[in-house]
Design a binder for this molecule. Structure first.
Ligand code: SF4
Length: 419
């Protein structure tokens, strides 16, 4: 260190250098310019950006190594991605795989789907549940052919115009098929991110959704070199399905464990907050087993041979449920006696003549969304046949028709009554 006495004995040029080296912010002359950083060098990223980049890299590296060879991952064709995303809504991967394969075999391209009759689409969907998805998929395919030249639209605005395509499906299809930088947010992804951030709440709460979206936007790869948005979305979904499970998440093998605040809290399962569940309701349903009378000509069903016992099926269940599917004529009621009475009235309206329910031949339990249905099946005889909206189906036809799962269960439980 140079003392003031020594400095005063230096040449003037060096005295100036020493003086400047002692300036604090307070006594720096007004017109003195500090040297500028080289404008060509990029600004240093904030620490939180570096952390986000590390999380994204770890996630993508894990996905490259552990991604499951699912059938819809064999191609990034937008049609195939779209079908898989719609089927996977509310449905487990293992359940979807055979349905997806059958569906793609029957409708290998979007134009095949658009040309197919709805009945055939519903038939292939039968058993997957939430049949509205199939109806909207079919309708959307026709819109895509008419308005978008048969290709799934490539912009968010256009994709959102399609029936059944919401923010999640649009982002998933556009990012995976076309590389559009959009984050797909569903319940699975929200669970992972809420644990990563230790953010309590549920997607129904705007503040929680905003927090999750902000974190997703920060994690989404900004440049192609950092990874694709499609892989990022699939990696988060995969992590939610295989590692960050709703119960007992497998934190020790998670690629995000070091950064995960939920894990560090010691109770990752506390995130997100549990959703208030709609209470289940016990419902009563009466169903009619009506066998084709001898001498009645067989209808146009290919598998329905005369001489084979065939059952009368009507469109829809009751209460607006399953409107496009074939079911045993049925009616809900406050009690089983009430359901039985309502069914008799319904059958009389359908045929224009009296109808009577006879012996109970089977009991079945079935769940549809929040309803737990107690089903009683009665043999029934009609004074005349309905004029329309029905068909005869033999047990062997059920696998080839757009029949509800409940109808299949009833047919199985009533098998002894068919002979
Ligand atoms: S560390 Fe655990 S809680 Fe956190 S994201 Fe991974 S699996 Fe989920």
């Amino acid at each position: 260190m140079i003392s003031p006495g020594q400095a005063s004995r230096l040449p003037l040029f060096f005295q100036e250098l020493v003086r400047r080296s002692r300036w604090g912010d307070r006594d720096r002359p007004r017109n003195y310019r500090m040297p500028r950083a080289n404008p060509a060098s990029p600004p240093r990223p904030a620490v939180k950006d570096v952390n986000n980049l590390r999380i994204t890299r770890a996630l993508l590296a894990w996905f490259r190594e552990h991604r499951r060879p699912l059938p819809w991952r064999a191609s990034s064709d937008a049609y195939r991605v779209w079908i898989s995303e719609v089927m996977l809504q509310q449905t487990q991967v293992a359940t979807v795989i055979p349905y997806y394969q059958r569906f793609l075999k029957a409708f290998p391209t979007l134009r095949h789907l658009a040309r197919a009759p709805l009945e055939r689409v519903l038939q292939l969907w039968s058993g997957l549940g939430y049949y509205r998805r199939a109806r909207q998929l079919h309708e959307a395919s026709q819109i895509i052919v008419a308005r978008f030249g048969g290709c799934f639209p490539a912009t968010l605005e256009e994709a959102l115009q399609l029936p059944g395509v919401g923010g999640y499906t649009a982002a998933a299809v556009l990012s995976i098929a076309y590389g559009v930088p959009l984050a797909a947010l569903d319940g699975n992804v929200a669970r992972v991110v809420s644990r990563l951030e230790a953010l309590p709440g549920s997607l129904a709460q705007p503040a929680f959704r905003k927090g999750i979206e902000a974190k997703l936007a920060a994690l989404l790869p900004k440049r192609q070199s950092a990874g694709s948005a499609g892989d990022f979305n699939q990696a988060l979904m995969e992590l939610g399905q295989t590692i960050c499970l709703p119960r007992a998440p497998r934190c020790p093998v998670c690629p995000m464990r070091k950064a995960c605040r939920g894990r560090l809290s010691g109770n990752p399962e506390a995130f997100p907050s549990p959703r208030p569940r709609r209470a289940t309701e016990e419902s009563h349903l009466a169903a009619a087993l009506i066998l084709r009378p001898v001498g009645v000509r067989r209808n146009s069903n290919p598998g329905s041979e005369s001489g084979v016992p065939a059952m009368l099926m009507a469109r829809g269940l009751d209460d607006g449920l399953m409107p496009d599917l074939w079911n045993f004529p049925s009616a809900f009621g406050a009690s089983i006696a009430d359901a039985r009475q309502r069914l008799e009235t319904k059958l009389a309206d359908l045929t224009g003549g009296p109808a009577s329910l006879n012996l109970e031949v089977a009991r079945v339990r079935h769940n549809v969304t929040y309803r737990q249905i107690d089903v009683r099946v009665y043999r029934a005889s009609l004074s005349s046949l309905p004029r329309n909206g029905f068909r005869w189906l033999a047990a062997a036809d059920l696998g080839r028709a757009a029949v509800s799962q409940l109808a299949r269960k009833i047919a199985e439980a009533s098998a002894s009554a068919l002979n």
